[in-house]
Design a binder for this molecule. Structure first.
Ligand code: ADP
Ligand code: MG
Length: 400
């Protein structure tokens, strides 16, 4: 399946102002950006627009403020972007409004303006037409490069796309192309490694891939929804109770499907979610009272690693344990290393999984590491992403 949306490469932008929706939802500490990988991922489109003589207006959300919140201003992001580009990035005093419009009108070719955090406007998440109109007044052309926000129908993703000629940015296009290739035409055998704590968001992916993948390996807190359904004691382990029934349905479904659902066979336990807690490795998966399962055990990691090595395609989303704590990082590290060394096509997504890859220095060893968590899951599940759907089709763009 080829990408059917109009690409920024085909947009006429010279002497025009372009509103570029980026995913600059980056971690901040004491007013500084501590991980700029999402900013770097947006640079190719920004460079292309500036090279072609556009004035570039950037907009993103940052965190989940319910209104203006100085702690979540885009200012530090504008500063970091300016450092990366070696040029000034002007900071708008708001998301929309007459003052912002006046600044936008002054932008010349190659100039950059960062709008305030889109979530300062309550209309953002409501996809409010008035906010969308305010955004559209700032620019002549709209580009969506925020793959990580493409599963949301917000004013900056869908609303404004209906009002301006709307193109896919280079990152968004690449994300959709890479992930859709794995979803629609993977080199087989296709093997899935799923973990983490957001079980509800990932159940749909398991369901879909039960028909496509030959093995699905489960780790992380996700495993305990399955154990709980089976009646295995889970102690104080983190269990998403809402997903226990869905886990049961998946176990039923997997018994009837061609794919094998692999669950941990041994565990690493801790008394509590802390690095200095008492730690214990156990054969089997029963978690006694007063203990939590915090990582997969060595036999599980070895079995998963072997399945990864034999895969034509490996898709990974979700850490195998509480990898942020060194005593419980071994399982995630073993899986990440196996994926990095695997001869097949390797793709990962999920904010924390990507953080784990970064922590182990393995990010560059995979074929594709998605900047999107929820968006990558929804795409893999086969759902349409509103932020992508709202863009004009390739053909429509030709006639504009
Ligand atoms: P991703 O962002 O990769 O999609 P999630 O957000 O679903 O992953 O989950 C990541 C979080 O899950 C990490 O913070 C990790 O510490 C936590 N986690 C994984 N396994 C366990 C576990 N057994 N107990 C508690 N937390 C866990
Ligand atoms: Mg996460």
């Amino acid at each position: 399946m080829s990408f059917v949306k109009a690409s920024v490469r085909d947009a006429e932008v010279e002497g025009r102002r372009v509103l570029d929706r980026v995913d600059f939802n980056v971690p901040l500490e004491r007013g500084r950006v501590v991980d700029d990988s999402r900013i770097r991922a947006a640079l190719p489109t920004i460079d292309l627009l500036r090279d072609r003589g556009a004035g570039v207006i950037l907009v993103s959300h940052l965190g989940r403020p319910e209104g203006p919140d100085p702690e979540l201003s885009m200012k530090p992001v504008a500063v970091r972007l300016g450092e990366l580009l070696g040029t000034e990035v002007r900071m708008a005093p708001a998301v929309v409004g007459p003052e912002v419009e006046a600044i936008a009108e002054e932008l010349g070719p190659g100039d950059l303006l960062m709008l305030e955090n889109s979530r300062f406007e309550p209309g953002e998440t409501a996809d409010d037409p008035e906010l969308a109109a305010g955004l559209a007044r700032l620019a002549d052309v709209y580009v969506n490069d925020a793959f990580g926000a493409a599963h949301r129908a917000h004013a900056t993703t869908t609303g404004v796309a209906r009002l301006l000629p709307a193109y896919a940015g280079l990152l968004l296009e690449r994300e959709v192309t890479e992930l859709a290739a794995v979803r629609d035409d993977p080199t087989r055998p296709l093997r899935l490694v799923l973990g983490g704590a957001k079980v509800k968001d990932k159940i749909g992916v398991i369901q879909r891939f039960l028909e496509v993948a030959d093995r699905i390996m489960i780790g992380g807190a996700m495993a305990y929804s399955f154990f709980k359904w089976r009646g295995t004691p889970v102690g104080n382990s983190l269990v998403d109770d809402e997903s226990v029934e869905a886990a049961g349905r998946i176990l039923d479904q997997s018994a009837r499907s061609a794919s094998e659902l692999m669950l941990p066979v041994d565990l690493v336990l801790g008394r509590e979610l802390a690095a200095e807690t008492e730690r214990r490795e156990v054969q089997g998966v029963e978690v006694p009272d007063g203990w939590m399962g915090l990582d997969i055990g060595g036999r599980t990691a070895a079995a998963y690693a072997e399945a990864i090595r034999e895969a034509g395609t490996v898709l990974w989303n979700g850490p195998m344990g509480a990898f942020e704590l060194p005593p419980f990082a071994a399982g995630t590290r073993a899986i990440a290393e196996a994926i990095a060394e695997a001869p097949g096509t390797t793709v990962a997504g999920g904010g924390d999984s990507v953080a784990a890859l970064d922590q182990f220095g393995l990010t560059d060893r995979l074929d594709w590491v998605s900047t999107g968590g929820g968006a990558s899951l929804e795409l893999l599940e086969g759902r349409d992403l509103p932020g992508v759907e709202a863009l004009q089709d390739r053909q429509a763009a030709g006639s504009r």
